[in-house]
Design a protein around this ligand. Structure first.
Ligand SMILES: Nc1nc2c(c(=O)[nH]1)N[C@H]1C(S)=C(S)[C@@H](COP(=O)(O)O)O[C@H]1N2
Ligand SMILES: [Mo]
Length: 434
C-alpha cells in the first residue's frame, strides 16, 4: 500500500463520538439481552459457570455501550482507501466538471474489450453520444433502483471502513442495453484515474454474477446514493460500483468505464500484492472498547463489533486468560480454550448514519415494510456485541474474542489466510492492578 493511500486512510480515521445516540438506539434491548456475569467470582474457573441473564443491565456495561458507534456510519465518517495522484476526490470543482466527476457531467461508457471482444449489438460510447449519463441512470432507477446494507472493508485493512445503506441500479440493466450476444465471460470496470494508465484501478466479475444474484445476495449495482444522500466525491461519486459480498477493491469509485470481455480470468488491479481476488467477506469479531488497566475484582465491560461475512454469524465469544498461561501445543486457533458467549446486540431502534428522518426506506432489501431487518445478525453487515467479564485477581491478562459462523465454524477458520481478508483472532493485553 502506498504512503499516499495510507495517509488518506488515516486522515479519515475519525473517532467515534455518537455516545448518547447509541445508548438511546440500543436502549430497548438492554434489560433482557445482556448477560450478567458473576461479578463476585474471582476464580478463573468461574467463567464457565455463567449465571442466567439478569433483569437489569450492569451499569458498567451501560457505560461502555454509551460510547459505541452508530449502526450506520455517517458518510463523512467513512474511512477512505483511494489511489491516485492527485486523489480524484481532491480535484477542484472545475476540474471535476471537466472530467465527468459531477452528476451534471458524468458519463459511463460500456464497450466491448478490443483485445478479447464480446459480441454486442451496440456499445455505449461518448463518441456516439450513447454513453449513459446521470439522468439516464436515474431514469433506470425509477423502475430498477435497489438498496441494501453492506459493510465496506478493505481486504488489506483489518477493520471495516464504514457501514452503509447503498442505493443504485443493478449493473445488468445497463449491460443489457448493449444487446450482448456471445463471447461474454467477464465484466471489468474502472474509474477516473487522471488519464494516466499507470493509475488505473480496475476490478472485474464473472458475467454470471452481474446477471444473476446467487444465494439471495443483492445485485451488483451502479451506486449513486449512500445512506439516502447523493454519493459524495470521496466515497466515489457521482457513481461507483458496489459488489455486496466482496471486499472493497471490487467496488470501484468514480466509475467511468465498463468493459465486456471474453477474457476468462480476473484482471483486477488487486491481483498485484498477492491478493485473493475471488473470496467473499469473512466473518470475524473484534473489540471496540476494553479496559487496559483495572483494579482487582472489578468487572470488565467489553464491547465490540462483528463483520458478518458470507457465512453469517451465530455467536461472538470472549476469553480472558493470564498472559503467562501455557497454551496447549497444536491448537493455533485456541479452539480448546474456555470461550464464553458475549451478547450480540439486537437491531437498534434508530439506525444512525445520517439517514433521512433516521429511517430505513420502505423497499430496502433485507428489511420488512416497517423497516425491521428480516434476519439478524444481518449478513454482510457489521453488528455489535458486549460482555461483562467477572473481576479478576491482580496480574497481566490477555483478552481474545472470536466469531462463530452459522455453520458453527469459529474464527479464523474456515479461511484463515490473510490475503483473502482479515480474520486473525485479536489479542488485547489487560493489566489488573492489586
Ligand atoms: N477508482 C478507485 N476505486 C477504488 C479504489 C481506488 O483506489 N480507486 N480503492 C478501492 C479499495 S482498495 C477499497 S478498500 C475501497 C474503499 O472504499 P471507501 O474509500 O469508500 O471506503 O474502494 C475501492 N475502490
Ligand atoms: Mo482495499
Amino acid at each position: 500500500m502506498s504512503n499516499l493511500r495510507m495517509r488518506s486512510y488515516e486522515e479519515n480515521d475519525s473517532s467515534m463520538h455518537n455516545t448518547v445516540r447509541f445508548l438511546r438506539e440500543h436502549a430497548y434491548l438492554t434489560r433482557r439481552h445482556f448477560l450478567r456475569l458473576g461479578v463476585a467470582g474471582t476464580a478463573l474457573a468461574a467463567w464457565q459457570q455463567f449465571p442466567a441473564r439478569a433483569e437489569a443491565r450492569p451499569p458498567e456495561l451501560e457505560q461502555a455501550l454509551a460510547s459505541l458507534e452508530p449502526f450506520f456510519t455517517p458518510p463523512a465518517e467513512f474511512r477512505n482507501v483511494s489511489r491516485g495522484k492527485p486523489l480524484p476526490h481532491s480535484l477542484s470543482e472545475e476540474k471535476k466538471r471537466e472530467v465527468g466527476l459531477t452528476r451534471e457531467t458524468w458519463k459511463l461508457e460500456v464497450i466491448s474489450d478490443p483485445d478479447n471482444p464480446a459480441r454486442l449489438g451496440r456499445q455505449l460510447t461518448k463518441a456516439d453520444h450513447t454513453a449513459l449519463d446521470f439522468a439516464g441512470l436515474l431514469q433506470l432507477a425509477e423502475t430498477h433502483a435497489v438498496r441494501f446494507a453492506k459493510v465496506m472493508t478493505c481486504l488489506n485493512i483489518g477493520c471495516p471502513l464504514g457501514m452503509g445503506l447503498w442505493e443504485g441500479v443493478p449493473l445488468r440493466e445497463v449491460l443489457w442495453q448493449t444487446q450482448p450476444r456471445e463471447d461474454l465471460r467477464r465484466v471489468f470496470y474502472y474509474g477516473y484515474h487522471n488519464d494516466d494508465p499507470q493509475q488505473m484501478f480496475r476490478s472485474s466479475l464473472p458475467v454470471g454474477r452481474v446477471l444473476e444474484d446467487p444465494f439471495d445476495l443483492p445485485p451488483v449495482i451502479l451506486c449513486y446514493k449512500l445512506n439516502g444522500q447523493w454519493l459524495d466525491s470521496e466515497r466515489g461519486g457521482p457513481v461507483r460500483v458496489i459488489v455486496p459480498e466482496a471486499y472493497g477493491f471490487k467496488s470501484i469509485k468514480w466509475l467511468s468505464h465498463v468493459v465486456l470481455t471474453n477474457l476468462a480470468y480476473a484482471n483486477d488491479t488487486y491481483a498485484d500484492g498477492n491478493n485473493d481476488l475471488d473470496s467473499p467477506l469473512k466473518t470475524f469479531a473484534a473489540t471496540l472498547s476494553a479496559p487496559r488497566e483495572v483494579p482487582a475484582n472489578q468487572p470488565l465491560p467489553i464491547t465490540g463489533y462483528a463483520q458478518v461475512g458470507i457465512s453469517g454469524l451465530s455467536k461472538v465469544q470472549v476469553w480472558i486468560t493470564p498472559s503467562d498461561t501455557d497454551l496447549p501445543a497444536g491448537d493455533r486457533h485456541f479452539t480448546q480454550a474456555p470461550w464464553t458467549d458475549a451478547e450480540i446486540l439486537a437491531p437498534p431502534s434508530a439506525w444512525g448514519g445520517d439517514l433521512p428522518e433516521g429511517k430505513i426506506p420502505g423497499d430496502t432489501l433485507g428489511f420488512d415494510k416497517s423497516g425491521q431487518p428480516r434476519s439478524w445478525p444481518m449478513r454482510l453487515a457489521k453488528v455489535h456485541w458486549a460482555a461483562l467479564l467477572p473481576g479478576l485477581p491482580a496480574g497481566e491478562y490477555t483478552l481474545r474474542c472470536r466469531s462463530v459462523d452459522e455453520k458453527g465454524i469459529a474464527q479464523p477458520l474456515p479461511r484463515p489466510f490473510r490475503k483473502s481478508g482479515h480474520a486473525a483472532i485479536e489479542l488485547i493485553s489487560i493489566q489488573v492492578r492489586a
